[in-house]
Design a protein around this ligand. Structure first.
Ligand SMILES: Cc1ncc(COP(=O)(O)O)c(C=O)c1O
Length: 354
């Protein structure tokens, strides 16, 4: 019997255009960070609507360099949400700072502003503000607290808040181009900003060689091979976003009434549906098993909330969403047939549980 190939949870959107852009760089023989990286930085900054950009080898290193560039010192406090991937906790620890974990809003999965206000201290050096799963966070309310904001747009390139792209609000803003992300360079990241001074600091920290004076620096460079892929992907970003939003609308209309769903239209912001999350009753791990046995790979949107890693309590919304949320496949290359399979399997499960 032919083995059924499971529908993956994520898949990069790649085509022959990406292949020829990369091949061209390889043929040129200039494969490390050079003119193509500079071109990718220029185009990304223009797309986001900021003065400049510095490409890095991962989203994590983009965040790490951002904390260094704003002068984070040992013992400083950095606010981050609890319901997020552990990269954010790692970068806080890399610089010897202390995390202030904040609960999330169970409807939007973004930082809960009221909880942030309660937990934040005067001496907080920065807030790392992710736009979780593609939905812009409450940028205005959070910026008005007077603490520098580092936007984390790893999951939200192209999302819009009050008419402007995310990434154009923060003192610094970071992106990831990992293989599962909206546009991909395999691994990759970027910091963007309107501050030339901060961008220059990040450029200096990104590479260690040929410096007049010694201080701790890194090897966080992107290669021209990756940047060629980034330019090629960036050209297709708008069509990727349209496809994601259309699939989200289809999921929404077909799954309405079966389970708790995210809102799909907002007055003041555009969700780009990096992830489509559904809330179910019953055990998440059993549901994931049910879908996997039927050829549909679903996942928890966050493997484990950060407060659980740190063995601390007091994050009821993060706990609640972790216990009932499933991320279902959503990406531009999903075929109509695959979407039908996903919907059928989901409905089978949800009807059984109703
Ligand atoms: C919100 C968020 N920030 C940062 C990162 C880290 O990016 P990278 O995997 O490119 O290091 C991720 C990665 O999944 C992420 O989801």
């Amino acid at each position: 019997m032919a083995q059924r190939i499971a529908i993956p949870h994520s898949k990069p959107s790649l085509d022959e255009g990406d292949v020829s852009s990369v091949s061209e760089v390889i043929r040129s023989g200039q494969i490390v960070q050079g003119k193509v990286v500079e071109e990718f930085e220029r185009r990304a900054a223009k797309y986001i609507g900021v003065n400049g950009a510095v490409a890095t080898n991962t989203g994590t290193s983009a965040l790490h360099l951002s904390l260094r560039a704003i002068g984070t010192k040992k013992g400083d406090y950095i606010a981050i949400p609890s319901f997020v991937c552990s990269a954010l906790l790692n970068v806080v620890k890399y610089v010897g700072a202390r995390p202030i974990l904040v609960d999330v809003d169970p409807k939007t999965y973004n930082i809960d502003v009221q909880d942030l206000k309660k937990r934040i201290r005067k001496s907080t050096r920065a807030i790392i503000l992710p736009h979780q799963f593609g939905l812009p966070a409450d940028i205005d309310e959070i910026s008005s607290l007077g603490v520098p904001v580092i936007e984390d747009c790893a999951q939200a390139i192209g999302a819009v808040y009050k008419g402007k792209k995310v990434g154009s609000f923060g003192r610094l803003s970071c992106f990831s181009f990992y293989a599962t992300k909206v546009i991909s360079t395999g691994e990759g990241g970027m910091v963007v900003s309107n501050s030339r001074n901060l961008l220059n600091k990040i450029r200096d920290l990104r590479e260690y060689d040929n410096k007049k004076n010694y201080s701790i620096r890194y090897n966080y460079k992107m290669t021209d091979i990756q940047a060629a892929m980034g330019i090629s992907q960036l050209k297709k970003l708008n069509s990727f976003l349209l496809k994601r939003i259309n699939i989200a609308k289809r999921y929404f209309s077909e799954l309405q009434g079966f389970c708790n769903l995210p809102s799909i239209s907002y007055k003041d912001r555009r969700h780009i549906f990096f992830r489509f999350l559904i809330q179910i009753h019953g055990s998440v791990s059993k549901a994931l098993e049910f879908f996997s046995e039927r050829g549909v790979t679903c996942m928890r949107p966050v493997y484990k909330p950060l407060h659980k890693y740190l063995h601390i309590h007091g994050f009821p919304n993060s706990d609640a969403v972790w216990n009932k949320t499933i991320s279902i496949p959503i990406y531009p290359s999903l075929t109509d047939k695959e979407i039908c399979i996903i919907l059928n399997v989901l409905k089978q499960y949800l009807k059984r549980k109703a």
